[in-house]
Write a protein that binds this ligand. Structure first.
Ligand SMILES: [Zn+2]
Length: 308
């Protein structure tokens, strides 16, 4: 199952205990998928593709309003692959009362977001349940909410910002998309919404990925060093060949001749390894000094050799 569905199922089981939070979460459902319908506004509908979310809406409505007349409708698409579940509040008076309560809730505080932090978390949970999605963290870090109404997208954005979460806004196929890209920030939001199992999984993946990256960085670093060593050795061998072909290695002072001979015999040895092979042994910087002298000699000779 997609990670998004895991998160949704987990959040669908979270029923806030405080009345303020229940109303806030329902107001998110209404903002994103609710309608007042009928010639006399006698229906208030909440639509969702998830039966788990429909069940949650029903439980919260029944908890807030005793003896609220409701109806659940399920419409399947022709292919039967998707469905729309509608939780409907019946009757003008009831629909009107719920509508009024949710509207009042949705205009409190700055930027139209709930004043209390607990309620802003509940609002985001509701918004995610209806319009949110999250990419499997194995692939990449991406969480988003989408809405066709700019008022609602702004509200989600403001709620995220008010909780110190970074989020951006973009447009896609006529919808406004509020998105988050940072792994740490997404983890915080999962925690704030109450998706604790999903958060645990998300963080495990994040730790594994971070470790893998570190290992890769080390391997790359190692490879780069090996590259450098090989390139330097190739240049040294070229210098030695040049000297040998122009004047012959026997013309070099004994100390340089020895290092040139060892380099030829051990083309892939590091400077330190070459030093170990010398008699008497020589330090890495000592070997380096002699190889630089060879280089210098080769440069001088190179200038003398006529070029074609
Ligand atoms: Zn609250």
């Amino acid at each position: 199952m997609a990670f998004s569905d895991d998160v949704r199922q987990e959040l669908a089981r979270v029923i806030p205990s405080a009345r303020c939070c229940r109303v806030s979460e329902l107001s998110a459902f209404y903002d994103l998928s609710g309608f007042l319908l009928g010639r006399h506004n006698q229906f208030l509908d909440f639509n969702t593709s998830s039966p788990f979310v429909a069940r949650k809406i029903l439980i919260m409505l029944k908890g807030l309003y005793s003896e609220l007349p409701t109806q659940v409708l399920v419409v399947r698409s022709k292919s039967r692959r998707s469905q729309i579940c509608t939780v409907r509040v019946l009757g003008r008076a009831h629909a009107g009362q719920v509508y009024q309560d949710l509207k009042e809730q949705s205009v409190v505080g700055e930027a139209g977001i709930p004043r209390k932090k607990c309620c802003r978390r509940a609002y985001l949970r509701g918004a995610f349940l209806v319009s949110g999605s999250i990419t499997n963290p194995e692939r990449t870090y991406h969480l988003e909410f989408s809405s066709e109404q700019s008022r609602v997208a702004d509200k989600i954005l403001a709620a995220l910002w008010s909780l110190d979460l970074e989020a951006g806004l973009t447009q896609r196929k006529g919808s406004l998309v509020v998105y988050m890209k940072d792994g740490g920030q997404i983890a915080s939001l999962l925690g704030l919404m109450g998706a604790h199992s999903a958060l645990l999984h998300f963080e495990n993946v994040r730790v594994m990925k971070e470790m893998r990256n570190q290992v890769n960085r080390l391997v790359n670093c190692e490879t780069a060093n090996v590259d450098k060593t090989v390139k330097a050795a190739v240049a040294q061998l070229e210098d030695i060949e040049l000297i040998d072909s122009v004047i012959g290695l026997e013309e070099l002072p004994p100390k340089l001749r020895e290092v040139a001979r060892l380099r030829r015999e051990h083309p892939y040895a590091s400077l330190q390894e070459l030093g170990e092979l010398m008699r008497p042994k020589l330090s890495k910087s000592g070997v380096n000094y002699r190889l630089r002298q060879i280089r210098e000699k080769a440069r001088q000779l190179d200038k003398l050799v006529p070029k074609h």
